[in-house]
Design a protein around this ligand. Sequence first.
Ligand SMILES: [Cu+2]
Length: 118
Amino acid sequence: MYRPSLFGIIPLLLLLATGEASAHAFLDHAEPRVGNKVASPPREVTLWFTQKLEPAFSTMTVTDSAGQRVDTGKTRVSGNQMSIALRPGGSGTYHVTWHVLSVDTHRTDGNFTFQVGQ
Ligand SMILES: [Cu+2]
């Protein structure tokens, strides 16, 4: 016999909460891919978000393993996509930090790394 319980209700609440949160712009994927390793320094970094971005308030920076900025400082935004060109850099761990304002006026930010070289 069926007995309603919290075990049925809690997943439903989580589902509703997640649905609300996904309305903000979160990182969907990136190129180079998050945590991945690439053979040579990429010419640019591109991020794809779960929502369209406001170009004037969306930025990212990229630093190399020495903590030096290797991005050109000019973020390009198109729809839910944001890119930045990189200057030639060395191998090691690169850090990408992003701050975006999505079209629903919510701010989100985050960071990730990828590896360059062996
Ligand atoms: Cu939102």
